[in-house]
Design a protein around this ligand. Structure first.
Ligand code: FES
Length: 79
């Protein structure tokens, strides 16, 4: 099975102080979808810094590719 997830965030979500783990310290949750330690941020979001607002990207096997935007059935123009 393959799942395509469209995300626009380019940085982590930091939790409030009550969520901080006593052993691990600061916890940041990945919102970009690229972390190897998902759901925790591992800094991989830095790869998104130069993304263009009007492009759609696929990250696969360490490479980034620009793709045509996926059009869902409800966005498809009527024929
Ligand atoms: S937000 Fe995804 S790796 Fe940091």
């Amino acid at each position: 099975m393959t799942r395509l997830v469209e995300l626009e965030e380019s940085g982590p979500r930091k939790l409030d102080p009550s969520d901080i783990d006593d052993e691990n310290g600061d916890v940041a949750v990945c919102q970009c979808g690229l972390s190897e330690s998902f759901p925790f941020c591992d800094g991989s979001h830095r790869r998104t810094r130069d993304e263009a607002d009007d492009e759609t990207y696929v990250y696969e096997d360490g490479e980034r590719k620009v793709v045509e935007r996926v059009v869902t059935a409800d966005e498809r123009p009527e024929e």
